[in-house]
Design a protein around this ligand. Structure first.
Ligand code: PHE
Ligand code: ZN
Length: 885
C-alpha cells in the first residue's frame, strides 16, 4: 500500500479547463471483443483562461487502446502526442478553435467494474457518472465541460435490435452483414457524465405525458423480455413526477422523448442521463406478488429523483465533483417533498429521519466523516454518501424552514434564472437563495458552515419554569466534535422549530420577552451562538417543550426529559414527528438501561410503564395505521449502538429482544385484534391506507413472534403460505427465519423453489438469511456464495448477501472475528472485479473502534490484511487508509 499511495485531489486546486468542447460527435461500432469508438470534438480556447498563452489539450482516458488522433483533419503520429497511463496530451492547436478526432478500441465484455461501457445480460449499456466517460474515449472528463452531442450507434441487428442514446432519434438505417444503425441528436449541452448508450434485445411499454405548455412527451420503459408486466408502477410514478414538478417548482420537461432502461447489473440505484435514464431493475420492476410496499415506494421515489435531476443536475450542473451535493442534496429534498405529497407526510418524514440517523449520523461519527461539500478526495466514487445525499437534503430543508415555502421558491426561481445551462457551485446556490430573500435576516455566512463543517452537532437543552413570573426559559447549548481534518469547529446556525405543550396537552402561545405581537403556538428559534437562552412570557403553568419539530435540523438533542414527560409527549404533542420521537427516546432510554443492568450483572426487568405506553399507541392504531406501525417499532440495534460509548453487541440484542417479548406477552390480545382488524386490505393497492394496514398488521405479528406466541406462530406460517402480496410473504418469512421454529428450513426452501427465476426476489431471500440473528449465520452465508442464484459479479446479489450480512448487528460482529474475516475475503475478491462495490462493502469496517478490545483487534487484523492486498483500488484504499488512521 505504501508504494505510490494514490494522491488526493483538492477543491482549492480547481482551475477552469484550458479548452472548452462545444460539440461532440460520437460513432460506436459495437462488435464483440473490439468495439470502435470514433469521437470528433469541436474545441475552443476557454476565454476564462485567455492571456495564458497556448495551452495543450489534456484529455483523460483509461483502459482503452488508442488507435488514431487527428487535429483539424491532420493525422498525428505517436511522437506528436504524449500518452500517460490515464491521459493523452495533444500539443496546443494553433487557432482559437480546432477539430480533434480520436479513435479508440474498447472491450465492454471484459468490463466487470460496471463503469464506462459494459454488458449486462447480453445488452450493452453505459454508466458515466462520475468518471466513466474516460473509459469510452479520451475526453476532458469533468462536469464543467458542457457540449452538444450527436451519436451514431451501429450493431448487429439480431442481437441488438434496440439502439438508444440521449436526445432525439434523427435517423436510422441498415448496413451490411445484418447490421443496423441509429443516429441521435441531443440539443441540450451537457457534461459527459450524462452521456448514455444502450444496445440490446429489449422490449418496452409506452405512455404519454402532455406538459402544461402542451408538449406531447413519449415515455418509454425498456426491460428484458418477460418483464413487461412489472413496469406499470414505474410508469405511473414517472407521470406523477412530471406533473408534480410543474405544480410545485414550475419546471417542465424539455424534450419530446423520455426513456428509461432497466438493467440487472448496476452499481447504484439509477442514473439521470439526459432523456435516457438507466435504472437498476430494483427500482423499476414491481408486481404485487414480487415486490414489497417498500419496493413500490422506493420505485416511486427513485423514478421521481432521476426525473427531477433533469433540472437540478442536468440543466444546471456541478462545476466540479466537490459540488456533488448541489445536485444530489437538492434532488433528494425534492424527491422527499414529492413522496410526502403522494403519501403520508409525517410517515415519510419519520422514515427519512430514521435513515439519516442510521447511516448518516454513523458516517459523521466515524473515520470517513466529511462535509456536505468535501475539501478533498482520492476517489470520487467514494463520495456518493449519506452525507452528500441525505444530510445535503437536510440542508435544503433548512433553507425551506428559514425562508418559508414562498421564499424558498423565490430562491429556486432565481437560481434557474441565473444559472440555466451552467456548471455551478453550492456557493452559487446559496447566493441565489440569499439574494432572492433580501428581507430575511439570516447570517448566510454562518449558514454556509452546514456545507463546510463535518459532524453532527449536539444540542443540549434545559428548561426553567418560574411560577411567580410565569416565564419559561429555554437554554440551548451546541457543540460539534472534531472530525478527521477538522479539529476546531464554529457554532452552526440551527433552526429550532418548537412549541410548548401545556398541562392540558394543548400548545401554549409563544411570546418571547419583549414581544407584543400576537403569539403563534409554533415557531422557529434561531440558535446561532454556542449557548443561548430564550425566555417565554405569560406561561400559565409548567410546560413540556417540544423541540426540533419535524426534525428541523440534523442534530442530536439532549434534553433531560423524565419518562413522564416522554409519555406525555407521545400522547399529546401536536407534531406527529415529535410524538413518534418521544416514543423512540423513551424506548432507547429503557433499552439502554437494561443493557447497563445486564453488563453490571443485574437482572433485566422491563419497566411496565413503558410497556403500557406502547399499549396506548396500539389502542390508537386504528386512527393512523402507518403512523402506528412506526410508533410501535423500537429503535434498531445499530441506532442503539450509536448511543453507546462502547457498543455492547450482545447486550443490545438481548435487551431489545426482551423488551419485544414483554410487549408481545403483555399486549397479546390487543396485538391479535389489531392483526385481525388490519388483515383485509381488499384488492391489492399501494395506497397509503393499504400500506398502513399491512405495516401495522406486520408490526403486531413481529411482537407476537418475539413473544413466541403459539397463535402468533400459527398466523405467521399461515401468512407465509397463503398471502398474495410480497410484503406479507416476506415479512412472515423473515420472522420465521429469525425464529427457532421447526418449519424454518422448509419455508426457506419452498420460497427459493418458487422464486428461483426472479432475481430481485432471490435477493430478498439472500438478505433474510444474511440478516438472521442465528449462530449459524456466517456458515450459511458462506455456503450461499455457491448457490446457483448468487453471483459475486452482480452488485444487487452482493448487496443482498454480503451487504446484508455486514449490517447484521450480531453475527457480523461475532466475538471470534469470523464475520470480519468473511467480509475481508469478499472485499479482496471484489477489489479485483468491481472496486466501487468493494469499497461500499469495506465501509462496514469503518466504525471498528466503537467496539470492545477483542472485536477491535479482530477487525484491525482484517483491515490490515485488506490494506496489504496487491493492486488495491483507489476506492478501497481510501476507505481502509482512513479507517486505520
Ligand atoms: N447520480 C445518481 C443519482 O443520484 C447516482 C449515481 C451515481 C449512479 C454514480 C451511478 C453512478 O441519481
Ligand atoms: Zn441523484
Amino acid at each position: 500500500m505504501d508504494k505510490g499511495s494514490p494522491r488526493a485531489i483538492h477543491l482549492r486546486d480547481y482551475a477552469p479547463p484550458a479548452w472548452l468542447i462545444d460539440t461532440v460527435d460520437l460513432a460506436f461500432d459495437l462488435r464483440e471483443g473490439a468495439t470502435l469508438v470514433t469521437s470528433r470534438l469541436g474545441i475552443r480556447r476557454n476565454p476564462a483562461r485567455a492571456g495564458e498563452g497556448p495551452q495543450p489539450l489534456v484529455l483523460d482516458g483509461q483502459d482503452m487502446e488508442l488507435l488514431t488522433v487527428a487535429v483539424d483533419n491532420r493525422l498525428l503520429t505517436s511522437d506528436d502526442y504524449a500518452q500517460g497511463p490515464e491521459s493523452l496530451t495533444i500539443p496546443a492547436p494553433a487557432g482559437e478553435t480546432a477539430t480533434v478526432e480520436i479513435v479508440t478500441r474498447i472491450k465492454p465484455e471484459e468490463n466487470t467494474a460496471l463503469e464506462g461501457l459494459y454488458k449486462s445480460s447480453g445488452n450493452y449499456c453505459t454508466q458515466c457518472e462520475a468518471e466513466g466517460f474516460r473509459k469510452i474515449t479520451y475526453f476532458q472528463d469533468r462536469p464543467d465541460v458542457m457540449a452538444k452531442y450527436t451519436v451514431r450507434i451501429e450493431a448487429e441487428r439480431a442481437k441488438y435490435p434496440v439502439l438508444l442514446s440521449n436526445g432525439n432519434l434523427v435517423d436510422q438505417g441498415e448496413s451490411a452483414d445484418g447490421r443496423h444503425w441509429t443516429r441521435w441528436d441531443d440539443p441540450w449541452p451537457k457534461p459527459c457524465y450524462l452521456f448514455a448508450l444502450v444496445a440490446g434485445k429489449l422490449v418496452h411499454i409506452e405512455d404519454h405525458f402532455t406538459t402544461r405548455s402542451g408538449r406531447d412527451v413519449t415515455l418509454r420503459i425498456y426491460v428484458e423480455p418477460g418483464n413487461e408486466d412489472k413496469c406499470g408502477h414505474a410508469m405511473e410514478s414517472l407521470k406523477k413526477s412530471m406533473k408534480w414538478d410543474e405544480d410545485a417548482y414550475g419546471l417542465e420537461y424539455d424534450l419530446d422523448i423520455f426513456n428509461i432502461v432497466a438493467v440487472g447489473d448496476f452499481n447504484m440505484g439509477a442514473m439521470e442521463n439526459k432523456s435516457l435514464n438507466v435504472f437498476n431493475t430494483k427500482y423499476i420492476l414491481a408486481r404485487p406478488d414480487t415486490a414489497t410496499d417498500m419496493d413500490f415506494l422506493g420505485i416511486e421515489a427513485v423514478v421521481a429523483h432521476e426525473y427531477f435531476h433533469n433540472w437540478t443536475g442536468n440543466r444546471v450542473t456541478c462545476r466540479d465533483w466537490f459540488q456533488l451535493s448541489l445536485k444530489e442534496g437538492l434532488t433528494v429534498f425534492r424527491d422527499q417533498q414529492f413522496s410526502a405529497d403522494m403519501n403520508s407526510a409525517p410517515v415519510k418524514r419519520i422514515q427519512d429521519v430514521q435513515r439519516l440517523r442510521q447511516v448518516q449520523f454513523a458516517e459523521d461519527a466515524g473515520p470517513t466523516a466529511h462535509p456536505v461539500r468535501p475539501e478533498s478526495y482520492i476517489e470520487i466514487n467514494n463520495f456518493y454518501t449519506p452525507t452528500v445525499y441525505e444530510k445535503g437534503a437536510e440542508v435544503l430543508r433548512m433553507y425551506h424552514t428559514l425562508l418559508g415555502a414562498a421564499g424558498y421558491r423565490k430562491g429556486i426561481d432565481l437560481y434557474f434564472a441565473r444559472h440555466d445551462g451552467q456548471a455551478v457551485t453550492t456557493d452559487d446556490f446559496l447566493a441565489a437563495m440569499r439574494d432572492a430573500n433580501p428581507d430575511v435576516s439570516v447570517d448566510w455566512e454562518q449558514f454556509r458552515r452546514w456545507y463546510a463543517q463535518a459532524g453532527t452537532p449536539v444540542v443540549e437543552g434545559e428548561g426553567r419554569y418560574d411560577a411567580d413570573a410565569k416565564t419559561y426559559t429555554l437554554t440551548l447549548r451546541q457543540t460539534l466534535a472534531p472530525t478527521p481534518g477538522q479539529p476546531e469547529k464554529l457554532p452552526m446556525l440551527v433552526p429550532v422549530a418548537m412549541g410548548l405543550v401545556g398541562q392540558d396537552g394543548q400548545d401554549l402561545p409563544l411570546r418571547l420577552a419583549g414581544e407584543d405581537a400576537p403569539a403563534a403556538t409554533e415557531r422557529v428559534l434561531l440558535l446561532t451562538e454556542a449557548e443561548q437562552s430564550f425566555t417565554f412570557t405569560g406561561v400559565a403553568s409548567k410546560p413540556v417543550p417540544s423541540l426540533f419539530r419535524g426534525f428541523s435540523a440534523p442534530v442530536k438533542l439532549r434534553f433531560a426529559y423524565t419518562d413522564g414527560d416522554l409519555t406525555f409527549l407521545m400522547a399529546n404533542d401536536s407534531d406527529a414527528f415529535n410524538r413518534w420521537e418521544a416514543g423512540q427516546t423513551l424506548a432507547a432510554k429503557i433499552i439502554l438501561g437494561l443493557v447497563a443492568d445486564r453488563a453490571a450483572g443485574r437482572d433485566m426487568v422491563v419497566p411496565q410503564g413503558f410497556v403500557a405506553a406502547l399499549g396506548k399507541a396500539l389502542d390508537r392504531a386504528g386512527e393512523d395505521t402507518s403512523f402506528a406501525a412506526l410508533a410501535l417499532s423500537l429503535p434498531t440495534e445499530s441506532y442503539l449502538g450509536q448511543l453507546m460509548e462502547v457498543i455492547d453487541v450482545d447486550g443490545i440484542h438481548a435487551a431489545r429482544d426482551l423488551v419485544k417479548a414483554a410487549i408481545g406477552r403483555t399486549h397479546r390480545n390487543a396485538l391479535l385484534k389489531a392483526y385481525r382488524d388490519n388483515a383485509d386490505t381488499g384488492p391489492f393497492s399501494v395506497s397509503p391506507e393499504a400500506i398502513g394496514k399491512r405495516s401495522c398488521k406486520n408490526a403486531c405479528l413481529a411482537y407476537l413472534m418475539a413473544a413466541g406466541d403459539e397463535e402468533g406462530r400459527r398466523l405467521c406460517l399461515e401468512q407465509f403460505r397463503t398471502a398474495a402480496g410480497m410484503t406479507d410473504v416476506i415479512t412472515a418469512l423473515m420472522l420465521i427465519a429469525d425464529s427457532d421454529m421447526p418449519e424454518r428450513e422448509d419455508c426457506l426452501a419452498a420460497f427459493a423453489d418458487k422464486w428461483k427465476g426472479e432475481a430481485l426476489v432471490m435477493d430478498k431471500w439472500f438478505s433474510i438469511q444474511a440478516m438472521a440473528s442465528h449462530p449459524d449465520t456466517v456458515k450459511r452465508v458462506t455456503a450461499l456464495l455457491s448457490h446457483p442464484s448468487f453471483s459475486i459479479r452482480n452488485p444487487n446479489k452482493v448487496y443482498a448477501l454480503v451487504g446484508g450480512f455486514s449490517s447484521n448487528p450480531v453475527c457480523f460482529h461475532a466475538a471470534d472475528g469470523s464475520g470480519y474475516a468473511f467480509l475481508a475475503d469478499r472485499v479482496i475478491e471484489l477489489n479485483a472485479l468491481n472496486p466501487q462495490v468493494a469499497s461500499r462493502m469495506v465501509k462496514a469496517f469503518a466504525r471498528w473502534r466503537k467496539y470492545d478490545g477483542e472485536r477491535q483487534a479482530a477487525a484491525k487484523v482484517e483491515l490490515e490484511r485488506i490494506a496489504h492486498t496487491p493492486n488495491l483500488s483507489r476506492d478501497v484504499y481510501e476507505i481502509v487508509a482512513r479507517s486505520l488512521e
